[in-house]
Design a protein around this ligand. Structure first.
Ligand SMILES: C[S@@+](CC[C@H](N)C(=O)[O-])C[C@H]1O[C@@H](n2cnc3c(N)ncnc32)[C@H](O)[C@@H]1O
Length: 278
């Protein structure tokens, strides 16, 4: 039989997982408790309490839930991303979508779990290259994420040299400004002309409504559905599909295709779907 202290600990941890799932859709099974504790450690230190138990008591019993929740969400989201991640999707846009876009209207792209901005800026570089070959091509990019920390990082658009590894050199030369941090580390910033094309905002995909235009030409919803349960995956895909214009496209992560069963969407390439024209 577990001691009352351990049982109380369990209860608090279960409460933490439940609230994170309720607010973000992210599933946190019990076997992830070491990961959860590891990720919360920095926050526990910053707050100045001795351990996770005291921290969770402070959060749930002493009324600090509202102020701590954004920090908890920040540390418990997985923000791994890269420039040109799943590169074939950018190739598909370049080859099959951009050439068919009518010159009469601006191309609208949404990175709907943008993390620190690499996906949105990769799209920006792809569109800037297309615009060089097609003068007059106009585009705008929206990036949204639930984590305020990554949204801030995305807006800053500053990356380490190692993070640039997948960006072709010619694009690095055109679209990145090189510099140094105060401690001499080599850093690169996306050039102003591309930054001007991208707007980042904090947004929860599990919310009932998205304050976003419903005429997106392309939405990337990649590598975020895996964190949700099946019902939430379906709900999010359906909500997102409402924002794809007829004839527009939705891309998901390579392991996420099976989740897309919305009847309005037809698969047209690996992890890529087209919305019916009507
Ligand atoms: C693994 S990253 C994927 C980034 C990028 N789409 C890619 O494929 O490289 C997943 C992102 O989803 C965000 N996320 C998790 N739950 C979310 C939610 N409910 N609403 C919006 N974003 C969420 C996380 O904060 C994280 O930045």
């Amino acid at each position: 039989m577990s001691s009352p202290i351990i049982a109380a600990d369990r209860e608090l941890r279960a409460k933490l997982c439940a609230i994170v799932t309720e607010k973000t859709g992210i599933q946190l099974p019990e076997n992830k408790s070491t990961m959860i504790e590891g990720r919360l450690r920095k926050r526990i230190r910053a707050v100045g309490v001795p351990d996770i138990r005291t921290y969770l008591k402070m959060v749930f019993d002493d009324g600090h839930l509202q102020s701590e929740l954004p920090h908890i969400i920040d540390v418990l989201t997985t923000n791994k991303t890269d420039f040109f991640r799943e590169k074939a999707h950018f190739g598909f846009m370049e080859k099959h979508i951009l050439p068919n876009h009518p010159a009469t209207r601006s191309f609208k792209f949404w990175s709907a779990a943008s993390s620190s901005g690499e996906e949105a800026y990769t799209a920006a570089m792809t569109f800037a290259e297309h615009a060089k070959r097609n003068p007059g091509f106009q585009y705008s990019i929206l990036g949204t994420d639930i984590s305020s920390t990554v949204v801030t990082k995305a807006r800053q658009a500053v990356y380490t040299r190692e993070e640039l590894v997948d960006i072709p050199q010619s694009m690095q030369d055109q679209y990145m400004e090189m510099g140094h941090s105060s401690n001499g580390r080599e850093l690169a910033r996306i050039v102003q002309s591309l930054r001007d094309k991208v707007v980042f905002a904090q947004m929860n995909l599990t919310g009932p409504k998205y304050p976003v235009d419903r005429n997106m030409d392309v939405i990337f919803l990649r590598n975020v559905l895996i964190y949700f349960d099946e019902a939430m995956q379906k709900k999010v895909v359906s909500n997102i599909a409402d924002h794809v214009r007829p004839g527009g496209y939705l891309f998901v992560g390579h392991s996420e295709s099976a989740v897309v069963t919305d009847p309005r969407l037809t698969q047209c390439a690996a992890a890529a779907f087209r919305k019916e024209v009507q």
